[in-house]
Design a protein around this ligand. Structure first.
Ligand SMILES: *Cc1c(COP(=O)(O)O)cnc(C)c1O
Length: 434
């Protein structure tokens, strides 16, 4: 049923460069591409950049936003905390509303702070509370290494064996994608041993976008806490975090959120935990009541909501870059982006069908609801040389061992023409090899 529906959708596309150019003309978001710096080759031609899942491109406005803070710092020094055009003391608050919209949360549920893996640890301090009987953590078997390392170190920190305490949700033999029936049977058998389920919301390798609500309800039914790493989700898919009911989520802003290398991360803590002062957490002066923060001698008084997990006064220069990007997201609207994303990725899928199943196999789900913009191409019998030749031909994508090229047409700045040219170049590289 799904397969035929998807095939019908694919038949709406046409071949040829003219079609791609025509789609770009019809695309009401196409002008956003001009608002980004597109990396160039040595001759000064635009590279075909399909790597926004790894590092999003720089909006041209970012420089202006950062320069404003550099100027205010130069002219005002410490007074900038209160007198800057965008005062630094409440600066993180300027990001809250737009961030909440992007991830589908209420403002009280989100905060921008630290970096992703740090936030993951802070969330586990609050939501991984092992007991003698219930101490295990469930993750997906092909989790991003940092997530796996973080989770293992939490197990060790609490005195558990990091192998015995870790339960993996694995694909079946010969498959790449994870099945919910398998998660259900793990929960049936081990649900009462599991303290925390922590899933990469969009798997970095396969691009599979999980059903947060389904996983959360299943976890909660068995008494587990449930959190998601949305590094590949934020700015890419409809996360709808509040309605999912998840206890927490974390993400970075340098992938689909276009906020610069190593930029700050984001954190979601569900509203139901917002006023729970007894929830264990690590704290600092930035989690303390803003009204009395500078009296310096008060008893700790936690801020309600996600802000109550902050530790330090944040790096304003990085936040300025995030604000530049969020202003653009806010202007476009995440739903419009997702609409274009589905079209653009569907087009990529359509063109790839031409290459033949004996050369390239897409391992990302066919169902557009179960993926974002990224398609992961498994290259049959390939070594990395195919990827190297593709790079030589002016395509920026990425290679994941053993045999996957990840391609992410990002709706904000990638065009139908980018996608056409990618597949055209891929064809030529494959022809030369055979
Ligand atoms: C990109 C990514 C990270 C990176 O973590 P940092 O703390 O930002 O270095 C972690 N987890 C996932 C799932 C990622 O995709």
């Amino acid at each position: 049923m799904l397969r035929t529906e998807n095939q019908r959708k694919l038949s709406n596309y046409k071949h040829g460069l003219d079609y791609a150019k025509e789609q770009d003309k019809l695309d009401e978001l196409s002008h956003y591409r001009q608002q980004f710096h597109i990396p160039k080759d040595k001759q000064g031609n635009d590279l075909i950049y399909l790597c926004g899942n790894s590092l999003g491109l720089q909006p041209k406005s970012t420089k202006t936003y950062i320069n404003q803070e550099l100027e205010d710092w130069a002219n005002l020094g410490v007074e900038g905390h209160t007198d800057a055009k965008h005062p630094w003391l409440p600066y993180h608050e300027f990001l809250t509303e737009a961030t909440a919209k992007v991830v589908g949360a209420k403002p009280i549920e989100v905060v921008t702070m630290n970096t992703l893996t740090t936030n993951l640890h802070l969330m586990m301090v609050s939501f991984y509370k092992p007991t003698k009987k219930r101490y295990k953590i469930l993750i997906e078997s092909d989790a991003f290494p940092s997530d796996k390392f973080a989770v293992e170190s939490q197990l060790r920190h609490h005195g558990y064996d990091d192998k015995e305490g870790l339960i993996l949700w694995k694909p079946r033999e010969g498959e790449e994608l994870l099945r919910y029936e398998d998660l259900e049977s793990i929960m049936q058998n081990h649900g009462d041993e599991i303290a925390l389920i922590m899933i990469g919301g969009v798997n970095y390798y396969t691009g599979q976008f999980f059903d947060f609500k389904r996983i959360t309800e299943l976890g909660h039914k068995h008494g587990c806490k449930v959190g998601f790493d949305c590094a590949h989700g934020a700015g890419n898919v409809d996360l709808d975090l509040h309605n999912s009911g998840a206890d927490f989520a974390v993400w970075c802003t340098y992938k689909y959120m276009n906020s610069g290398p190593g930029s700050l991360g984001g954190c979601f803590i569900h509203e139901r935990h917002a006023h729970d002062k007894n929830l264990n957490r690590f704290t600092g002066w930035w989690s303390h009541n803003k009204q009395t923060r500078f009296k310096m001698r008060d008893e700790f008084d936690v801020i309600p909501g996600a802000e109550g997990w902050q530790l330090s006064n944040p790096p304003i220069l990085s936040m300025a870059a995030i604000r530049a990007s969020l202003d653009m997201f806010n202007e476009v609207g995440i739903q419009k982006l997702i609409q274009k994303s589905k079209k653009l990725t569907g087009y990529l899928e359509f063109l790839l069908k031409d290459l033949g199943a004996d050369t390239i196999r897409v391992i990302t789900p066919e169902d557009p609801k179960q993926r974002g913009c990224q398609l992961s191409l498994q290259v049959i019998n390939a070594d990395k040389s195919l990827y190297d030749e593709l790079t030589e031909a002016g395509v920026i994508s990425d290679w994941r061992e053993p045999d996957v090229i990840r391609i992410a047409p990002v709706p904000l700045y990638n065009s139908f023409e980018d996608v056409y040219l990618l597949v055209d170049k891929l064809k030529k590289v494959l022809e030369n090899k055979s």
